[in-house]
Design a protein around this ligand. Structure first.
Ligand code: WT7
Length: 677
């Protein structure tokens, strides 16, 4: 990445600095084997053919009862896809592959420690383990269709086994990213009203065996204080039969899964035929207010969309070894490590640890050993590997046909390293733009049908029709060189159904702004607002510039600034807190925190550390600020609003602009000096 780009404050400015890039063309070898090389797909999925075009995706699944209504809009904008249909996600990801492929690897689990053996789980073994665990969930934990259960699990084979066992019963899983704190887990337990928590006792991260069990104890205590009692904690063991967490088990509440499983050996559970529009899972994500939103994803629509996009955008064939180096605790892992690839009978790789352990050659050794041919990761990982091991990929003998980037904008320089060094100039790249809410891809090139352009996601994928609106709701045409709010004109099967328990917030956040008629039952009146800024080039490719709301994208994941600010306010001494995004070479963005103290308290390095540690415990290490600046006062407008724009400029070493209209302009100079400017 060029130095000058590192210090930009505004995403729009970055875009201005990037000129138009040249096209890169996929190889004829790739095109010859691609799942989708028929340009007519875009006619089939045109707006004129909407919504019937999505029958093609529904037909990738096996249904107990075929649906009768493709799109039910009667409760707009809570769309119901494939109404009347009955389907089971676990059946579609496991059982239906047994007849032809029971002996094929479904999951390659790669432990972080290189001396530990890779676990290769066949579809038959996955079937057995999912069934036995489903029996345990039903008959020991008392769970049934429609109940919610919180999972706070690290990257492990047991995580998809747990998800698929829930799906088998119609139990709604809510997986919390393993790196999140006990507090974050508690909030999600309370919001989803889970009475069962499933965790793993420990896992490896950067060479250390982390005690994860302690997070369960914190979560259960805090959840109970907030009114949600957890009566069972099911604990998978990182090493079955061996204690690897010092945190004791609580009698009558905590159970080691592998002990209880002994009672369920050989048990088989018929998958429950679920109505297509019943929820499959919740996935929490950050918004502009403090409380995370539980995005509710459906069974039929979601699974059809994850399978369809995995097949046509990821180009997954059953014979592929596919590695999405993301965490299952995020939506990327749900759609593109677990549900999409397994629905297509591919072999999916699950890697426990960090990409650079024990050295930056690790990902390429894994690729070489397993003969991975599709690779998927985020710009933050690509930047890190480019920085610390730029020449590593060339040392290993692997061949990718296809690579993905996801989660945040990728700088063209970084894209080119990915293409040339990691892809060895042979792999097609897709830059997939989407969100937790959308279940699957929104914009990307179809790899065999359109050239790649570094830094641009591409056009809408089949059946997705984006539009950019200005603040007045007027369309900004392609080639105008102006950014605006990118929206999607039509619903699609992967889209979330609502925010769990908060329909009003769902409508307000995503639809209120550009809705043409709040009483309408016509989907044309309800464009979906993504909350991202974007520009559309003359060729129709979209370049995503980043969030327009108060959300910071750290390493490809959304953190609400309000969430971090409320965590800082938990510290007794803190009076006010303001978070601003600061550009970071590897993570993309990082939060920088400014706080002022209550009267009678003084700044000290110990207090800075206390505040920073509190944020790690309240949210997780991912939210740790770059720096905690304890300031005498915040720069404020005369009406008392904190001027985050000014703080952002200081953090990013930029010109603060005109501050004379502030209530306290002198503080700006003081803060600048403190920041060494
Ligand atoms: C936000 C969604 C997509 C799953 C992982 C993150 C940004 C995502 C791209 C991309 C530019 C991207 C957007 C989006 N984003 N993909 N290819 N190019 N920006 O899911 O945590 O819900 O975050 O990530 O700003 O709104 P998420």
């Amino acid at each position: 990445m060029a130095e000058k780009e590192i210090v930009e404050t505004s995403e729009a400015e970055i875009a201005v600095h990037w000129g138009e890039e040249e096209y890169y063309h996929p190889s004829t070898e790739f095109i010859a084997q691609a799942n989708m090389a028929d340009p007519a797909v875009f006619d089939r999925f045109s707006l004129e053919n909407f919504p019937n075009c999505f029958k093609e995706y529904a037909d990738l699944l096996d249904w107990y009862e075929y649906w009768d209504t493709i799109l039910d809009t009667s409760d707009a904008p809570c769309w119901k896809w494939f109404s009347g249909g009955k389907v089971n996600a676990s059946y579609n990801c496991v059982d239906r592959h047994l007849a032809k492929n029971k002996n094929k690897t479904a999951i390659h689990f790669v432990p972080e420690l290189e001396e530990e053996k890779i676990e290769h789980i066949t579809f038959q073994e996955l079937y057995v383990r999912v069934n036995e665990f489903a029996a345990l969930l039903r008959d020991f934990a008392g769970l049934k269709a429609g109940d919610r259960v919180t999972l706070h699990m690290p990257m492990s084979a047991e995580l998809p086994i747990t998800m698929l066992a829930c799906a088998r019963l119609g139990v709604i899983h809510s997986e919390v990213f393993g790196g999140f704190s006990g507090r974050a887990s508690a909030d999600r337990i309370v919001d989803s009203q889970s009475r069962v928590l499933i965790i793993m006792d420990s896992y490896y991260r950067a060479g250390n065996l982390l005690n994860h069990k302690e997070n369960a104890d914190i979560a259960v205590d805090l959840a109970e204080k907030d009114g949600q009692k957890v009566d069972k904690v099911l604990v998978w063991q990182r090493y079955p039969g061996k204690a690897s967490s010092p945190t004791p088990m609580v009698e009558g509440r905590d159970y080691f899964v592998n002990d209880v499983l002994k009672d369920f050996y050989g048990r088989r559970i018929e998958p429950v035929p679920m109505p297509a529009e019943d929820p499959l899972f919740l996935m929490y994500t950050s918004g502009t207010t403090g409380k995370p939103k539980g995005c509710q994803h459906s069974t039929g629509g979601y699974l059809a969309y994850a399978a369809g996009t995995s097949k046509y955008v990821q180009d997954i064939h059953p014979e592929d070894v596919y590695w999405c180096m993301a965490d299952i605790g995020w939506i990327t892992g749900h759609s593109y490590i677990v549900y999409g690839p397994l629905a297509l009978c591919a072999s999916t790789v699950i890697y426990e640890g960090v990409p650079n352990y024990p050295d930056p050659g690790r990902p390429w050794r894994i690729a070489q050993e397993l003969d991975v041919n599709i690779f998927h990761t985020a710009p933050t990982a690509i930047r890190a590997l480019r920085k610390i091991g730029p020449d590593e990929p060339a040392k290993y003998n692997y061949k990718f046909k296809h690579m993905t980037t996801v989660g945040e904008p990728i700088e063209p320089e970084v894209w080119k390293w990915y293409y040339n060094a990691v892809g060895k100039g042979q792999a097609a790249i897709v830059d997939t733009w989407w969100q937790t809410e959308t279940g699957g891809f929104l914009c990307s090139t179809l790899p065999a049908l359109a050239p790649m352009k570094p830094g641009s996601a591409g056009k809408g994928v089949p059946g997705i029709h984006p539009i950019i609106y200005d603040d007045e709701g007027k369309e900004i045409p392609s080639g105008a060189g102006k950014a605006g709010n990118i929206c999607i004109q039509n619903p699609w099967p992967g889209g979330f159904q609502t925010i769990w328990g908060d329909r009003d917030r769902f409508v307000d956040t995503y639809y209120a702004r550009y809705c043409k008629d709040p009483n309408s039952k016509d989907w044309r009146d309800w464009p979906y607002m993504t909350g991202d800024a974007a520009v559309e080039a003359a060729d129709g490719y979209y370049r995503i510039l980043g969030r327009i709301d108060d959300v910071i994208n750290v390493s490809g994941h959304r953190l609400g600034t309000k969430e971090i600010e409320s965590a800082a306010l938990v510290v007794e001494e803190v009076a006010e807190a303001a978070v601003v995004p600061v550009a970071h070479e590897i993570k993309g963005k990082e939060p920088d925190l400014f706080v002022s103290l209550k009267p009678g308290y003084d700044a000290s390095p110990e207090l800075e550390k206390k505040i920073s540690d509190t944020i790690s415990t309240e949210i997780g290490k991912i939210a740790k600020p770059r720096h905690v600046w304890i300031v005498k006062d915040m720069p404020k407008t005369r009406s008392g609003k904190i001027m985050r724009r000014v703080l952002g400029a200081i953090s990013n070493n930029k010109d603060v602009g005109d501050v004379t209209t502030l209530a306290n302009p002198e503080i700006v100079e003081e803060i600048k000096q403190m920041a060494g400017q």
